[in-house]
Design a protein around this ligand. Structure first.
Ligand SMILES: CC(C)(COP(=O)(O)OP(=O)(O)OC[C@H]1O[C@@H](n2cnc3c(N)ncnc32)[C@H](O)[C@@H]1OP(=O)(O)O)[C@@H](O)C(=O)NCCC(=O)NCCS
Length: 304
C-alpha cells in the first residue's frame, strides 16, 4: 500500500513546534496531496481518495511556525466509540523532529474532547519510528496480525459460483463473534481497510442485515467488507470460524461479486498459514506482520 520501509532519521535537530487544524475537503487539497506525494507518489491514500474522506471523522493538517504544511493524519470514529488513527505522514525532510508524535497526540486529544476514551492504530513491525512513537503517546500492542493477498483472476473457470450465504440471526452472529478465538486474537473486527473495533450489538445487527457476515458451504464463517482501489473492487475477509474450505470459498465469493483482489486477515503466525500458501495466497508487503496499538486518549498537554 505504498508504505516505504526506509526509516526516517532519528532526531538529530531540534523539535519543530506545530499547529494543527482540521481540513475541509476541497479547501486545502493541494497541500494535503503534496504532503502525501512527498511521502510516496504512489501513496495508497491517493488511490482510495473517496474512501479516505468518507471514512475520516477528521483529517488533520499540521503546519510549522511559517504556516507551511509539515504533516497530516486522520482519525475515524468507530462503531464501538473508539478512535482509529491512520494515514500519519510527516514531510520526509522533517522526520525525527517530534512532529509525528505531537500530531498523533493531538489526534488523540481531539478524540478525547469528543468523549472518546480509546484510540487504536496499526503499524508494520518494521516501522521503528511508528512503534516507538505509539509507545510514547501511551499506546500498547494489543494484537499482532497478518494480511494475506490473492489475485482473484487466478481462479479457474470451474469454481466461479458463490459458495456462501448470509449468516442469519444477529444474536447467533454476536455469539460467534464473541467466542471466536480468531476475532479475539485480532482484538476486534476488520471493516474495510483494517480498522478495528469491538463487535457491538447494533453493529452486528447492521452487518447481519447487510449480508456482511457469511457462512460458506464448508461451515466456514467470515466477516467481509468491500473497498475500492480506483475502479477496482477489493474484498477484505476476516475469518470467524475457520474451516479448510475457507480460502477457496472466500476467493469464489470475491470473484462472484466482481472483486479483483482478496485480502484475508488473520492473527500473526496462524497455524493455517501453510494452507494459505497452498491456495495461492501470499503475505502482504505492507502488513505481513502488523501491530495493533491501543491506548487511552487524554488532553494533548498530558502526552509527552
Ligand atoms: C512514522 C512517522 C509518522 C514518525 O513521525 P516523526 O515525526 O518522524 O517521529 P518523531 O520525531 O515524532 O519521533 C518519535 C520517536 O520515534 C523514534 N524514532 C524516530 N525516528 C526513528 C527511527 N528512524 N528509528 C527508530 N526510532 C525512531 C524516536 O525515539 C522519537 O523519539 P525521540 O525524539 O524522543 O527520540 C514519520 O516518520 C513518517 O511520516 N514516516 C513515513 C510514513 C509512515 O510510516 N506512517 C505511518 C504509517 S502506519
Amino acid at each position: 500500500m505504498g508504505i516505504s520501509r526506509a526509516q526516517p532519521p532519528r532526531r538529530s535537530r531540534g523539535a519543530v513546534p506545530i499547529r494543527v487544524h482540521t481540513l475541509v475537503r476541497g479547501q486545502e487539497d493541494e497541500e494535503l496531496v503534496a504532503l502525501l506525494k512527498a511521502h510516496n507518489p504512489e501513496d495508497y491514500t491517493l488511490r482510495y481518495w473517496e474512501w479516505y474522506w468518507r471514512t475520516s471523522t477528521e483529517v488533520l493538517l499540521a503546519t510549522d511556525r511559517s504556516g507551511t504544511a509539515v504533516a497530516t493524519c486522520r482519525w475515524c470514529l468507530q462503531p464501538d466509540q473508539s478512535a482509529w488513527i491512520a494515514s500519519i505522514r510527516v514531510h520526509p525532510s522533517l522526520r525525527g523532529r517530534g512532529i509525528g508524535r505531537a500530531l498523533t497526540a493531538q489526534a488523540m486529544a481531539r478524540a478525547h474532547e469528543r468523549g472518546i476514551a480509546t484510540a487504536r492504530l496499526l503499524t508494520e513491525s518494521f516501522n521503528a519510528a511508528m512503534n516507538t512513537m505509539a509507545g510514547q503517546v501511551g499506546m500498547e500492542v494489543c494484537s499482532w496480525v497478518s494480511v494475506w493477498l490473492a489475485e482473484v483472476r487466478a481462479l479457474s473457470a470451474t469454481s466461479l459460483h458463490d459458495p456462501s450465504r448470509p449468516l442469519e440471526g444477529a444474536r447467533e452472529a454476536l455469539r460467534l463473534l464473541e467466542t471466536s478465538p480468531l476475532v479475539q486474537a485480532t482484538a476486534g473486527l476488520v471493516c474495510g481497510w483494517y480498522v478495528y473495533h469491538k463487535p457491538t450489538v447494533a453493529w452486528v445487527e447492521s452487518a447481519t442485515k447487510g449480508g456482511r457476515l457469511r457462512i460458506g458451504a464448508s461451515g466456514a464463517v467470515w466477516l467481509e467488507a468491500e473497498t475500492k482501489r480506483g475502479t477496482d473492487r477489493v474484498l477484505s475477509v476476516q475469518p470467524v470460524v475457520w474451516s479448510g474450505g475457507l480460502p477457496t470459498e472466500a476467493l469464489q465469493r470475491a470473484h462472484a461479486i466482481g472483486c479483483v483482489e482478496l485480502h484475508l486477515l488473520l492473527p500473526a503466525g496462524h497455524k493455517r498459514d501453510l494452507t494459505l500458501l497452498g491456495a495461492g495466497f501470499s503475505l502482504s508487503p505492507w502488513a505481513s506482520l502488523a501491530a495493533i496499538y491501543q491506548g487511552r486518549t487524554s488532553h494533548a498537554d498530558v502526552v509527552g
